[in-house]
Design a protein around this ligand. Structure first.
Ligand code: NOJ
Length: 544
């Protein structure tokens, strides 16, 4: 059990910046090609060394570090209370946790509780003995009586990763449900012992001293009691998942009560939080699950293009869904989605767009989750077929029905030297796009991230202010973040041409930061001229 550092602000979950660290790809301490806990420990100075020479983040979100056979790269867990040897040991975890806390950095772990690995002892016992202790811990069903349902599966549900959501198990002589891979059987959350066992896992990590939990696909835990088939819907493309309305295989009312119980448990330890990963839903669905110290990821922004109307619409939709009382997250990239630096733009404007995106990420209302590597403007990596790791990408290749998630999981390049071994294809441009090169450049994407995060730390308006539009015309997004003592105006040119934006009159302005570094100190009244994709953060100078 680690003592939590007294340095952690109790409101970090709402005021701080979270760094999503994909453990396999962050830092490899032993040269086996896979990132590990000791690698994170060795590189904590990059994250926060207490000075503006580091990123200055407030929390790290670790991808699953538990023992796993790895069919879904760690999202198939076979022991919820252990550490996979590829990442190190529990002693390494405790050492990392203590070191983070000493720096005032909180640690969030990723809990995958909708499903286990098919090799988890619970599933092994469940399939071998339907009358045993674990017999009902998963969703087992007999063949359907009606032959009208193809292959006589219990219903028409599909796996998100392709194919039917039911797999026949010849040992038990029944079908079992898996929303993802057949190697990821869904737990039966209506079974009281499943609930108790999983809440015990939460207690185990709370007792170890972790500060928060990411709840993987939490809105899928409960399925319709009678497992009714989903209605069909028309959708272009061939993915059968998309051709159903998912009203029975997720978002069931019982979830709210479970969340309340989970939240009460997390709240027994002060300063802890959770963040639920909304699985396929809009901001309104996400907002419906938000609670104090419980955030919810919605991915509206990470799906929007760089077009000013698309961005403004995404922001409007979020603001309307959350209202003033509920606190959103801000996510532009993660381990399941294309990296935004290449999604929003290609070379030669990638870096300037990545910088504008950094301004957006760190100035919108909500808790920013920065995905490792975005601080370098890393883009997606082209992975040849024979090297594909991502299971659905292997399944669907070459059909354009799935974006290979390997592309956004490349090792973080610390230097320009290509790693001798890597579990996944490294970025092609690592010789120039790496931490050590960018740390030395004033105008790099990394230097901007550092400046912005430290600026944000010192700005009550950016951390907690309300949001209001100033303008969204002419390709320019301009919005206010306001608290009684500070008013900040953020102006982002979303286009490749120059743009002019009239500043509100009757006030004086001070530039806090800008992506080309051309603004500093007092800004003369009148219209400001922005270069291609330029973003600037201005503070209103109070009169007198
Ligand atoms: C959501 C995770 O983010 C993703 O990486 C994983 O494949 C699925 N859950 C299934 O566990």
């Amino acid at each position: 059990m680690t003592d939590r550092g007294a340095l952690i602000d109790p409101d970090w979950w709402q005021r701080g910046v979270v760094y999503q660290l994909y453990l396999r790809s962050f830092a490899d301490s032993d040269g086996d090609g896979v990132g590990d806990l000791a690698g994170v420990f060795d590189h904590l100075d990059h994250l926060n060394d207490g000075t503006p020479g580091s990123l200055g983040i407030d929390a790290v979100l670790l991808s699953p570090m538990y023992p796993s056979p790895g069919f879904d790269v760690g999202y198939d867990i076979s022991d919820y209370r252990g550490i996979d040897p590829v990442f190190g040991s529990m002693a390494d975890f405790d050492r990392l946790l203590a070191a983070c806390h000493e720096r005032g950095v909180a640690v969030i772990v990723d809990l995958v509780m909708n499903h286990t690995s098919h090799l988890h002892p619970w599933f092994v016992a469940s399939r071998s003995d339907r009358d045993g202790l674990y017999g009902d811990w998963y969703l087992w069903r007999d063949r359907a009586a009606s032959a009208r349902l193809g292959h006589r599966r219990p219903n028409n549900w599909r796996s998100f990763f392709g194919g039917p959501a039911w797999t026949w198990d010849s040992v038990r002589g029944q079908y079992y449900l898996h929303t993802f891979l057949p190697q990821q059987p869904d737990l039966n959350w209506r079974h009281p012992e499943v609930r108790t066992a999983m809440l015990d896992v939460v207690r185990f990590w709370l007792d170890r001293g972790v500060d928060g939990f990411r709840l993987d696909v939490f809105n899928v835990f409960f399925k319709d009691f009678d497992l009714r088939s989903n209605p069909r819907r028309w959708a272009p493309g061939f993915r059968s998942w998309d051709r159903q309305r998912h009203i029975h295989d997720k978002d069931q009312p019982e979830l709210h009560e479970l969340l309340a119980e989970f939240r009460a448990l997390v709240d027994t330890a002060p300063g802890r939080m959770s963040v639920g990963e909304l699985f396929t839903g809009d901001p309104a669905a996400a907002a419906s699950y938000v609670a104090p110290r419980h955030l919810v990821f919605d991915f509206r922004l990470s799906a929007a293009s760089s077009d000013v109307d698309a961005l403004a619409a995404a922001i409007d939709q979020r603001e309307a869904a959350y209202g003033e009382e509920r606190w959103p997250t801000v996510v532009l990239s993660n381990h399941d989605q294309p990296r935004h630096a290449s999604r929003l733009a290609g070379d030669p404007v990638r870096d300037v767009v990545a910088k504008a995106a950094a301004v957006l990420l760190l100035t919108l209302r909500g808790t920013p989750f920065l995905y490792y590597g975005e601080e370098l403007g890393m883009g997606d990596v082209r992975v040849p077929r024979r090297e594909i790791v991502d299971p659905p990408a292997r399944r669907y290749w070459p059909l354009p029905l799935w974006k290979n998630r390997d592309r956004s999981r490349a090792p973080l390049p610390w230097t320009g030297v290509r790693p001798a071994r890597a579990w996944i294809r490294p970025s092609a441009d690592l010789a120039t796009r790496n931490v050590s090169a960018q740390a030395a450049q004033e105008d790099s994407v990394l230097s901007l991230y550092r400046r912005l995060i430290w600026l944000r730390r010192a700005s009550p308006a950016l951390r907690s202010g309300s949001f209001a539009w100033e303008s969204r015309r002419g390709g320019v997004l301009a919005y206010w973040r306001t608290v009684p003592e500070e008013r900040v105006l953020i102006v982002i040119n979303t286009r490749s041409g120059t743009a002019t934006m009239p500043l509100p009159t009757g006030t004086a302005w001070e530039a806090m930061a800008s992506t080309y570094g051309q603004w500093a100190g007092t800004v003369a009244p009148g219209p400001i001229r922005l270069r291609a994709y330029e973003a600037v953060i201005l503070r209103e100078v109070p009169p007198g």
